[in-house]
Design a protein around this ligand. Sequence first.
Ligand SMILES: [Zn+2]
Length: 354
Amino acid sequence: MLVALNEADELVTLRSHEQAKGLSGQRFRCPACRGELRIKNGAQLIAHFAHKDNACKTSSEPESETHLAGKWWLAKFGAQIGETVTLETYYPEIQQRADVVWEHQGRQRILEFQCSGISPERIKARTDGYQSLNLEVIWIAGPQYLTRWPGSKQARFLRWGKDMGFHLWQLDPAKQAMTLLQLTSQAIVETEYRQGLPTRRQTRVYVEPLASRAKAIQAALVHRAPAVMQLQARASGQGLNLAGAPWLMHQALRHLPGLDAPEWAIRAAWLLRFQHQPIEKAAEAAFWQQYSSVRAPQLPEGLLQAAVRRQWLAVLTTGGYLQESATGWQWRRVPRWYDTVDEKLQALGQAGLS
Ligand SMILES: [Zn+2]
């Protein structure tokens, strides 16, 4: 912690080793639980307060050097972009202590910098707490979550906004950089911010080679991964081999994490359900209800499914496979399944897609 109450019940923010030295001998208490605090002022770590005995439950995580450094980074960056910054504001109504609060023209934003492990359920509970006070909270993923390719581990940080679309924030205090990942329907767009003026860096497009995606399914079959074996059982019921599933399963993925199954597996299940018949609207809508987005607790239920579905239907219609009708969709041609992964890879080479 960086903020404590002194004996006169005033809030004191620890800003430097020198200040901490000057305060030694005074008594401090936690603004949230009123427990006694001591000053930690070692040579290596950032000066901070620590509870003498009890662990305080008002923060989303135990204190660490990375967490302290991240809070200071966000405080300095916020001040540079014109925000009024407060560290560790305590909200007694909900018994939550925010890491950093930015305020600009009456608009408050809570920043929670998450370094330790946290479950989607706990993120949801704390987000609900802030929302009950009409406060916007932005969760920022710490070093253990950093990636350029968000998966189910990162889905808990996934947000959606009108202007920004699907996105998530990451901060690495060691690199002194905060990154915004926007998951658009064409690409993952990374923007890096450093202290000083915010700088928009290059747009990166991350695409896995198609061949490696097909091989990954083959590997999952060899390892008999339960979800994949279930799909394989459904495929072989129709005389098909999952390892030879159509290339469409891997093309133009939406790359949104947080649903119960990988996007390719959802597409494969969809094909196995619908590829032999005209598609009724109600049945197609019902298909998507089997997937939940509890791993992405900051999104309203249904939003992820809708985005993944929209992209898949676009792949099928623009590719000339499906045609919309009054009651749903008609097949114009059915995507080709291959007998084996080798045959599938060979077709890729012939099409010059690899
Ligand atoms: Zn406390």
